[in-house]
Design a protein around this ligand. Structure first.
Ligand code: ATR
Length: 275
């Protein structure tokens, strides 16, 4: 039996084991995916342990996505640019780090909004780890006009200053984004606002959003944030973060097994768990 898993701290809440194990079983793959709670001080030992006991691949979640980089043998260029790894793959004797969060986001976007993204005018709300993965991935596929707004402006400025791809981006305060929201055709919400305990909050008002815009919120619980509700009320098409979660996992699954999983079934597995 092949062994896969996810390392993080905390880890009990992770939906990945249920999603991945169900899919492995459905596809008749003799493997098992286990959640490992690993404290920061044990990260290096844990990676070495995974290596020697023969783990074929694993996901990495909070708080280890950046800290794990020095302990891996090789880092894929996009993961290096993002500065975070969420998927490790055994390739021969090497553990190779990838980042499937941003690509997972883009694949889920392509499923729900069938558009060629290159000409779009994009606004990302937030400048944390998730924003960085999405931002750099969008740039890597040639999207050039992506503004970033954040409560703490300098963090958005830092993302833009450190970007490894050519782009025409601006860092803007939240109130400026709100005033100019009609300029954007794609708005991506990456902050934790909208999740418990802040379910009655929204990072910016979407009063001025174009009805033709597409609005994505990476939160999936609750399945419809106040932010997405505002967007839908204005006639915009919306998606929550369930697709991103499914696709980042599906991309990892495929790297490990060389089998394309059924993303619709994976999504259904998660929807059933979330109720
Ligand atoms: P993640 O890895 O999930 O992106 P993170 O790196 O902690 O998480 O980033 C959290 C993001 O949510 C940041 O953009 C943060 O804004 P600041 O940089 O100003 O802290 C944003 N965020 C969290 N709570 C917020 C709040 N109450 N109001 C505005 N922005 C908030």
């Amino acid at each position: 039996k092949k062994l896969y898993g996810v390392i993080g701290d905390p880890i009990a809440h992770s939906l990945s084991p249920a999603m991945q194990n169900k899919e492995l079983k459905e596809l008749g793959i003799d493997a098992y995916y286990h959640p490992f709670r690993i404290e920061g001080k044990d990260l290096k030992t844990a990676v070495e342990g995974m290596k020697v006991i023969g783990v074929e691949g694993f996901n990495v979640t909070i708080p280890h996505k950046t800290a794990i980089i020095p302990f891996l043998d090789k880092i894929d260029p996009l993961a290096k640019a993002i500065g975070a790894v969420n998927t490790v793959v055994r390739e021969g004797d090497h553990f190779v780090g990838y980042n499937t969060d941003g690509v997972g986001f883009v694949e889920s976007l392509r499923e729900d909004w069938k558009k060629d993204l290159n000409g779009e005018r994009v606004l990302i709300i937030g400048a944390g780890g998730a924003a960085k993965a999405i931002y750099y991935t969008l740039l890597s596929i040639g999207v050039k006009r992506v503004d970033i707004c954040n409560r703490t402006l300098y963090k958005a400025e830092e993302l833009i200053a450190a970007q490894p791809y050519e782009a025409d981006s601006k860092a803007i305060p939240l109130d400026v984004a709100e005033t100019n929201i009609d300029k954007y055709s794609l708005v991506i919400q990456t902050t934790s606002i909208g999740m418990a305990p802040e379910i009655d909050k929204s990072p910016i008002s979407l009063r001025g959003i174009r009805p033709s815009a597409f609005v994505s919120d990476i939160i999936y619980n609750p399945d419809q944030t106040l932010f997405l509700n505002q967007a839908a009320q204005k006639g915009a098409k919306t998606q929550n973060g369930l697709g991103m979660l499914v696709y980042q996992g599906a991309l990892a699954f495929e790297k490990w097994t060389n089998v394309k999983p059924d993303v619709t079934r994976m999504k259904r597995t998660l929807t059933n768990i979330l109720g």
